[in-house]
Design a protein around this ligand. Structure first.
Ligand SMILES: [Zn+2]
Length: 429
């Protein structure tokens, strides 16, 4: 065992540990609200089994555990005794985490993998204590499925959970506070869920959930930023009429106007590097085969790592909608639903991660996350970084979602190099 607590032992990470990480995720996927698939929403009954399984592994790895007032599973691996000269200084903590809830009919790795890798990293220390504590957090809620609001778990840890949110109700009429009580926890304990500094930072391992790394043949990706999002509802109002008797020159077809605009949305995103734009839902009124569409509702989702680029794209798309409307005598209303800024990952943390990835023998690939993650909630509170693991086939939110054992082994090795560097270099205080 390493005598010097500042150094993490550098033995190779055995593929056996990576295999156990994958097996553990697959075993946890069986804890589900549905018999044939994996569905596990905020503090649903199967979450108890997930907590029990992970708690026993955390305990074996030398961690003390608790479930906080927001239902997050927390495991703390204490630092080395700082000794009398340092005893008055508080010891910093590195948080490693991700979420334990899932979307309906989910795969086995989204979220859970990041928690299990955190525990495996602690186990790989073989009891050696570091100059800092490690807290592994399994967030109770990230997907927003049960209450329509995401990040309940990480917002509680960051201390940014609004009281209003506790009143939100699920499909059965139960509020967030009620769900917490029903799980045997006390909503009054939520303020105590807030992480207490000083922090070394927050590190999240997560599957990419997209095809980029797989396409490049690279196992790991360093996240530079989490893209900002614009969402809007766009309503085209023309005039309904008889599909047989109304000449084309007399029509004010709301759906045809929307269709012209949707093609522009796609084209705009194709022309601008880093931009993605989606019309994910349309509905048409009156919606009959023999009636000209009188009204069409469309949603718009625009994402980019650069907020100015995102806002400029949204402005151009709004202009295009109005131009099409005035040309076709169709009224257009534009209602903004979300304007969420991009969240940059911490530059010094990215540098640590980059060195760790290189030391693990993996080429460096940096990318932007188009999806939201707990890391964007933690980033304002502490230096935050994310490491993506390749998603075979780019598949996620699907039962066939997978991860390669070799990639998990590479992530574990990179993670140990991060722990090593953080123990010897004081990058932030
Ligand atoms: Zn996730």
């Amino acid at each position: 065992m390493a005598k010097d607590p500042r150094r993490v032992r550098r033995e190779p990470v055995h593929s056996e540990l990576a295999a156990r990480v994958v097996d553990c995720c697959r075993a946890l996927a069986r804890f589900s609200e549905e018999p044939e698939s994996t569905t596990r929403t905020f503090l649903s009954e199967p979450m108890r089994d997930v907590h029990a399984t992970l708690t026993s592994w955390m305990t074996r790895a030398g961690m003390s555990t608790r479930v906080d007032g927001a239902g997050n599973l927390r495991g703390v691996y204490a630092a080395a005794d700082p000794g009398p000269a340092e005893s008055t200084r508080s010891v910093p903590t590195l948080l490693i985490g991700s979420h334990l809830d899932t979307v309906p009919r989910a795969g086995a790795f989204d979220g859970v993998l990041g928690v299990v890798i955190g525990i495996a990293l602690v186990e790989a220390l073989h009891g050696a204590r570091l100059t800092y504590a490690i807290e592994v957090v399994g967030f109770s809620e990230e997907e927003g499925v049960r209450f329509g609001v995401p990040f309940i778990g990480s917002r509680a840890v960051a201390g940014t959970l609004d009281d209003d949110l506790l009143e939100r109700r699920d499909a059965h009429g139960r509020c967030v506070a009620g769900a917490i009580s029903a799980f045997g926890l006390n909503p009054a304990d939520i303020p105590a869920a807030r992480a207490q500094g000083p922090f070394l930072g927050y590190l999240e391992f997560h599957i990419e959930q997209g095809p980029v790394l797989d396409g490049l043949g690279v196992p790991l990706g360093i996240v530079e930023a989490i893209a900002g999002q614009t969402r809007a509802d766009v309503v085209f109002t023309g005039g309904a009429g008889h599909a047989g008797t109304t000449p084309m020159s007399h029509r004010r077809d709301a759906l045809a106007a929307a269709a012209e605009w949707i093609a522009i949305v796609e084209h705009e995103a194709q022309q601008r590097p880093g931009l993605v734009a989606t019309v994910g839902h349309v509905s048409v009124e009156p919606g009959a085969a023999n009636v000209i569409p009188g009204r069409c509702w469309a949603t718009l989702d625009v994402r980019h790592a650069d907020d100015e680029a995102r806002k400029a794209a949204a402005t151009r798309l709004a202009g295009a909608a109005h131009e099409i409307g005035s040309r076709r005598a169709v009224d257009v209303t534009w209602t903004s639903r979300l304007d969420q800024p991009a969240v940059a990952m911490h530059a010094a943390q990215i540098a640590v991660l980059q060195r760790a990835v290189l030391r693990a023998g993996v080429p460096v690939c940096r990318l932007v996350s188009g999806a939201g993650h707990d890391a964007m909630i933690m980033a304002p509170l502490m230096p935050t970084a994310m490491l993506f693991l390749r998603s075979p086939g780019g598949l996620s939110h699907h039962p066939d979602e997978a991860v390669r054992e070799d990639d998990v082994a590479a992530a574990l090795l990179a993670g140990l190099h991060v722990l090593d560097e953080l123990g010897t270099v004081r990058l932030w205080s």
